[in-house]
Ligand binder design. Structure first.
Ligand SMILES: C[S@@+](CC[C@H](N)C(=O)[O-])C[C@H]1O[C@@H](n2cnc3c(N)ncnc32)[C@H](O)[C@@H]1O
Length: 405
């Protein structure tokens, strides 16, 4: 950038040009690629090239693995600036920036020194990442392919308590295999306790970034650190979503009362306990959505607006397999491959039986043979009879796998 940057700032106005006039740039006498270390007499300083993110050449400086200088990738008191001033400064990369924030968060620095503003801590990096994810997802959501200006979202009118499944393909067109408009999918509200049991989650499993897709009205993200919640229903305004989520509680209760014999109650204890858990989860979800919208991304499988390998663990509760009477095998394969693309470690899916009837899904074994290595693992959660296992798909890419599509 160098002299180009000086010229760019001079162009912002004569009063700035005067200040920058006659500035002589000093060329660096040491350069590095990737990473470099400097020993400052007992203090280890690590320089890391991180860009392109905020600009093409972002660098962080980490001192003794404790104090992180971020440059302008992090600033307090203002939203992150995505500069686009061609020809000198046009290399902003928001997806790269989100990935850098993810990497820096895992370093867990005790002190973060931003490019502008107050010295702070790692929470600033989380806020910036969540904000960028939110803006990126909103922009993706509001753009119609081929158009250059944002379009207002036009959600289809859902029946009370439910939302139509959006089986969108990568280019944004509607996939026929994903159409479920004749029997729309409920937006339900499970709690973090239910998620921990359905997915047999240990504290270690939750140490990194977790994706909840499809999160619906679940309070898993509200109750758990570092969760990104994705669901197409988030494209609605919060008021409409609130009505939908609360209506979903009653629709779910009615379905269970109509099919009492298909459920076992050893895990919940009673109908009332389950109802209370769900109501609390719905309200916790709605409060968190209002307070921290950056954690909630409006998007749909099988095409997520998330960078490859940007989360550690991906969870999918009550969409895949549950709705296999509406979403076919091809859609399932695309959706699971997408979850494997964004996850670094594993994808966990529960349950593996159809909603209502709890019948096994006929194509499960055949589908598994076309996916990366997977295993069926018993979980402690009990509710739908016959739903005792989750599917765990390896996302590391370490195990040999040949797609037999
Ligand atoms: C039965 S709810 C499950 C919600 C939550 N995971 C839970 O366990 O309570 C199913 C969710 O799938 C969402 N959904 C429908 N189509 C989807 C798609 N193509 N991609 C991701 N989510 C989808 C719906 O909006 C709904 O919130």
């Amino acid at each position: 950038m160098g002299i180009g940057y000086i010229e760019m700032f001079k162009g912002l106005g004569p009063h700035i040009a005067v200040e920058l006039d006659g500035i002589d740039l000093v060329e660096p006498d040491v350069v590095y690629d990737g990473e470099a270390e400097i020993d400052l007499g007992g203090r280890l300083v690590r320089l890391t090239a991180q860009g392109p993110a905020h600009t093409v050449g972002d660098q962080t400086v980490l001192i003794d693995d404790r104090v992180l200088f971020t440059g302008d990738m992090a600033e307090t008191r203002m939203f992150p600036i995505a500069p686009h001033f061609p020809p000198h400064d046009a290399d902003v990369d928001i997806t790269g920036w989100i990935a850098v924030m993810d990497r820096l968060i895992t370093l867990d620095p005790a002190v973060v020194v931003p490019g502008h503003g107050e010295v702070t801590d790692v929470s600033l990096l989380r806020d910036i990442r969540d904000y960028l994810r939110f803006v990126q997802a909103q922009a993706n959501n509001h753009m119609t392919p081929g158009r250059t200006s944002p379009q207002p979202p036009r959600p289809s009118r859902p029946r009370p308590g439910s939302v139509g499944t959006l089986g969108r393909t990568r280019n944004g067109s509607t996939s026929r295999c994903g159409s479920a408009t004749d029997d729309p999918v409920l937006v339900t509200s499970r709690s973090a306790a239910e998620y921990r049991a359905m997915f047999d989650l240990s504290p270690d499993d939750l140490a990194g970034v977790t994706l909840d897709c499809c999160a619906g009205g679940a309070s898993f993200a509200a109750e758990t650190p570092d969760v990104v919640a994705v669901d197409p229903a988030y494209a609605m305004g919060i008021d409409e979503l609130g009505r939908l989520v609360r209506a979903g509680l009653h629709d779910g209760d009615r379905m269970i009362l109509d099919h009492r014999d298909r459920f076992e109650w050893s895990w919940y204890g009673s109908v009332e306990r389950r109802r209370a858990m769900r109501m609390a989860a719905a309200e916790a979800f709605l409060a968190d959505l209002r307070e921290r919208p950056g954690r909630y991304v409006a998007a749909a499988l099988p095409a997520l607006p998330l960078a490859s390998k940007s989360v550690d663990l991906a969870l999918c509760s009550h969409l895949l397999f549950t709705w296999a009477n509406r979403l076919d095998e091809k859609w399932h394969r695309q959706a699971i491959e997408e979850l494997v693309r964004v996850a670094r470690q594993e994808v966990r899916i529960f349950p593996l039986v159809l909603q209502g009837t709890a019948e096994p899904v006929g194509f499960l074994d055949r589908l598994r043979s076309t996916l990366p290595p997977s295993q069926l693992r018993e979980v402690p959660y009990r509710f739908q009879r016959g739903a005792r296992h989750m599917l765990v798909v390896d996302a590391t890419g370490r195990a040999a796998w040949t797609s037999r599509r």
